[in-house]
Design a protein around this ligand. Structure first.
Ligand SMILES: Nc1ncnc2c1ncn2[C@@H]1O[C@H](COP(=O)(O)OP(=O)(O)OP(=O)(O)O)[C@@H](O)[C@H]1O
Length: 238
């Protein structure tokens, strides 16, 4: 089976700043893949490229073995830069509106996605009354409209309290159990450690590690191993 996502030699420059300098990675179908890297490493840039929100300068993207085209976007759901919600609308209305915009059955979206993200009991409450965790979960439900095979999530644990993080970890596993592949970025090594099957680490726009998270550990210490990889590959640049 071809990988859900293959990124090869991807580059992206903003003006004179090179954000991606040849990123390679491979996300296996059905896994939860964690994208790690320090601030400014290029994680969001890479995720935007996979979600079709920006065009890379060079390199290739393949989705399920096929070259990336506009049609690939039908199979990709993304949540980048946080959930953009309408404060006066409730969860049910959000899902219905997005389903109609994407041309899929709004009843199906509401029935399947609200329970999946644990918002069925509060579906009629306005988004402005939701906790951050609930907003993120609604954002994920919106990204899942149309049953994408690949879900791209940029920092979905940002700002969450421990309970919100635990719920998010459980949700990502649940999403993977539906058969979708999850490509998720995070700063939080411990969250990634508890959720992901494999990880990729990018530093200054280059892939520096890909494999099981345990492979990053140094003398059994994951955090030390991660810091040491970042320092070794940063060449003094901050
Ligand atoms: N629109 C833009 N214009 C100019 N530079 C940009 C733009 N977007 C990102 N950058 C720069 O590109 C580099 C990579 O940014 P990116 O947001 O992809 O990194 P990141 O790994 O997601 O960082 P963080 O963890 O801080 O969110 C950074 O140096 C950033 O300042």
């Amino acid at each position: 089976m071809p990988p859900a996502l293959r990124v090869s030699a991807l580059t992206k420059t903003y003006g004179s700043h090179t954000a991606l300098q040849g990123v390679d990675l491979e996300v296996t179908e059905g896994e939860v893949y964690g994208l790690l890297g320090p601030n400014g490493a290029g994680k969001t840039t890479l995720m935007k490229a996979v979600a079709g929100l920006l065009r890379p300068d060079s390199g290739t993207l393949e989705i399920a073995g096929r070259p990336f085209t506009r049609d690939s976007l039908r199979g990709i759901g993304a949540l980048i830069d946080g959930p953009g919600l309408w404060p006066r609308m409730n969860a049910r209305q959000h899902l219905r509106a997005h389903a109609l915009l994407r041309g899929v059955d709004p009843d199906h979206a509401v029935e399947h996605l609200l329970p999946l993200v644990g918002l069925d009991q509060v579906a009629d409450r306005r988004a402005s009354a939701y906790s951050l965790g609930m907003r993120w979960r609604l954002g994920i439900a919106i990204a899942m409209i149309g049953s994408p095979r690949l879900l791209v999530l940029d920092e979905p644990t940002n700002g969450l309290d421990p309970i919100g993080m635990r719920d998010m970890r459980a949700l990502l596993r649940k999403v993977a159990e539906t058969g979708a592949t999850v490509f998720v970025s995070s700063h939080q090594l411990d969250q990634i450690a508890r959720t992901c099957d494999r990880v990729g680490v990018i530093v200054h726009g280059r892939t520096r590690y890909e494999g099981p998270l345990s492979g990053l550990a140094e003398d059994g210490d994951l955090e030390e191993g991660f810091f040491s990889l970042v320092e070794r590959t940063s060449s003094g640049v901050r």
